[in-house]
Design a protein around this ligand. Structure first.
Ligand code: UT7
Length: 336
């Protein structure tokens, strides 16, 4: 039976680090507030001029090299981001140009924090059907260029960091369903009823004459807006729900999972999930303290760091779940 398997991981974050205290230079905030409410201690932000596809390229090259394949072996590129290089064409096309692998399909996924699992799921369908054998799945974000760096934007701005993570998903012949390494299942959801709870109000399709107006800049419609409490409440409901859905589908119990690599928007959300399921601390791999919320990049960055830290080893059963803007939420279970 043909299934897909994560062959390798890679990640990249830009070198510049901003500690929580560094943000106080341009907004009324504090290290104490950010750490206490979110668990975040620092984030990486790009220098002006570095784009999402630049970060994606570095993470992709690492994943391709770690897979021991040539980039020409790729059958498809899927890139998840909420911070595209341009409104169009898709950032996957810019990544393709930089990778120099023309002609294969290149697809953008716009599912925000859930984007990587959506991307993994799409890739999995192509591999299960035998259409493709090797697919690059990337999550990459340059948030820093799109954040309101003043006190009025502080609730959103302090949460986000720049970075990219990538995996190469490859076809594998599975004979032992309970012990072979492969992607067991993915579970995707969305509820657009809440699209305006975490969004950027301006953009194409606005009821304005032009795509971008001075008025939108002046009234701040170009910056992301978040109803933090609503997002929090839905996240702590939907992430456990979609995790249970994945466990039930695979007839697994929470104790069967060796490592949890969740999307991380706030350490308090992860702590609430851990408490609800009684998951021991050592089974959850967190990176939010160092990188903040890197949206679509969070899970692949977590996987790559976990591999390099020796926490994620062959044979381990892994679960991921994510929740974010849309609202969208998703989960995946895979044996490493
Ligand atoms: O991946 C994207 C998904 N996003 C999320 O999952 C985020 C979910 N939401 C959250 O994580 C939390 O709601 C936040 C961290 C965003 C906010 O935490 P909170 O405990 O809900 O704080 P709050 O909104 O109730 O704000 C408490 C106070 C307010 O001041 P007053 O009204 O009590 O005087 C805020 O104005 O904290 C103030 N505040 C800040 N103070 C310092 C808000 N942001 C900041 C800040 N620094 N950055």
């Amino acid at each position: 039976m043909i299934r897909s398997k994560i062959l390798s991981t890679g990640m990249y974050v830009p070198p510049k680090i901003l500690k929580n205290a560094d943000l106080s230079a341009f907004m009324d905030t504090s290290d104490e507030w950010i750490k206490q409410r979110t668990g975040i201690e620092q984030r990486h932000w790009v220098e002006v001029g570095t784009t999402t596809s630049d970060l994606a390229l570095e993470a992709s090259l690492a994943a391709i090299s770690n897979a021991g394949i040539k980039k020409e072996e790729l059958d498809m590129i899927i890139l998840a981001t909420l911070s595209p290089d341009h409104e169009f064409p898709g950032t996957a096309c810019f990544l393709q140009k930089k990778l120099q692998v023309p002609l294969i399909p290149a697809l953008d996924v716009r599912q925000q924090c859930t984007g990587f699992i959506y991307g993994l799921s799409i890739a999995d369908q192509f591999i299960r059907t035998g259409t493709y054998k090797k697919i690059l799945v990337v999550g990459a974000e340059v948030h820093s260029a799109g954040l309101e760096k003043s006190t009025s934007g502080r609730e959103v701005t302090v949460l986000f960091g720049d970075g990219a993570g990538a995996v190469v998903l490859g076809a594998t012949e599975v004979t032992e369903l309970k012990s072979d390494s492969y992607l067991y299942s993915t579970h995707l959801h969305a509820d657009g009823t809440y699209a305006e709870e975490l969004w950027t109000p301006s953009g194409t399709g606005m009821k304005e004459k032009d795509r971008m107006t001075i008025k939108q800049i002046e009234n701040g419609a170009i910056w992301p807006k978040m109803n933090g409490k609503a997002v929090f409440v839905h996240a702590v409901k939907r992430m456990p729900e979609v995790l249970i859905e994945a466990l039930e589908k695979n007839e697994l119990k929470i104790e069967d999972i060796d490592l949890f690599v969740f999307h991380q928007a706030n350490l308090r959300i992860i702590d609430m999930i851990a408490k609800q399921f009684n998951i021991p601390e050592e089974k959850i791999f967190n990176t939010i303290q160092k990188y903040a919320n890197t949206t679509a990049a969070t899970i692949p960055i977590g996987l790559d760091e976990a591999v390099r830290a020796g926490k994620l080893k062959k044979g381990m059963l892994v679960a991921s779940a994510a929740f974010g803007s849309g609202f969208t939420w998703a989960s995946a279970i895979y044996r490493w």
